[in-house]
Design a protein around this ligand. Sequence first.
Ligand code: ADP
Length: 306
Amino acid sequence: MESYESLGPVGEGSYGTVLKCRHRESGRLVAIKKFMDSDEDKTVKKIALREIKLLRQLRHDNLVNLLMVWKRRRRWYLVFEFVDRTLLEDLEQNPNGLDLNTCRQYMFQILRAATFCHQQNVIHRDIKPENILISQEGVVKLCDFGFARTIASPSEVYTDYVATRWYRAPELLVGDIKYGKPVDVWALGCLLIEVLTGQPLFPGDSDLDQIYHIVKCFGNLVTHHQELFYRNPIFSGVKLPESSSTVPLQQRFPSITQNALDVAQRCLDMDPEGRAQCSELLDHLFFTQDSFHIRNRKMDGRRRSE
Ligand code: ADP
């Protein structure tokens, strides 16, 4: 840490702090994620080690680049390339959403990041505006792999999931312990609407309220999820939110273009099996019309060779 000068905190997570720092010799700007004492708290240790393992395995233009790792006085330090700002900051400055072209540019890159993770059998599990970094040149980088994990084998179950409610898929809300890549696709659908409108799509203030928001938009949960809800002790004695009348996306957001709405709808299928795959979405008309995707790919190539 002595070789870096701290320029102050840029983020505060549940498991540590992220500091903006300058390398004293080279002047390079980095973000150093300093975890809490990992010998005292086993969860911190697990999250830190998981993030290190996955980030070493995942190298892509649209994922935050891990430069160095060390452990000192029982704390893990992760050094990342410094990226200018988060998507959350952009949204805070644009309460009515970002313009359509910027939305396309950002979403295209986020989808590339998610496609790559899914190809490597990694689910991010916490896609949301705070975890999307944007460089000064408009390059988008997905960060925070503390909740990410590799896909379990069919007999394995996931037991340790606590990520952000507003972007949680129905299967996570009812407590399904067998889920997969479609949880990221759901989060991407919520995110797309949020970047287009500036407002979170389903801002639930409890897990039950979250289900209510979803049901109000898309109608009742699929039968399997209804059964899981009634078997889940957390919801014991609670009636599942049902909706007699829905307010579909199109009605709620009449100004969103048909192509954008279609991408969102393909992400936000109540049935995880019915959701699109990230790789398919990259070829959607929303991205391919007016050769946008080709221009964007070329841009990536140029950046790499610079
Ligand atoms: P946590 O897991 O503790 O939430 P994150 O990895 O999500 O940590 O980072 C928390 C915040 O720190 C992010 O929302 C962002 O504001 C900032 N941050 C993280 N990584 C970087 C980076 N490489 N460059 C600039 N800021 C970053």
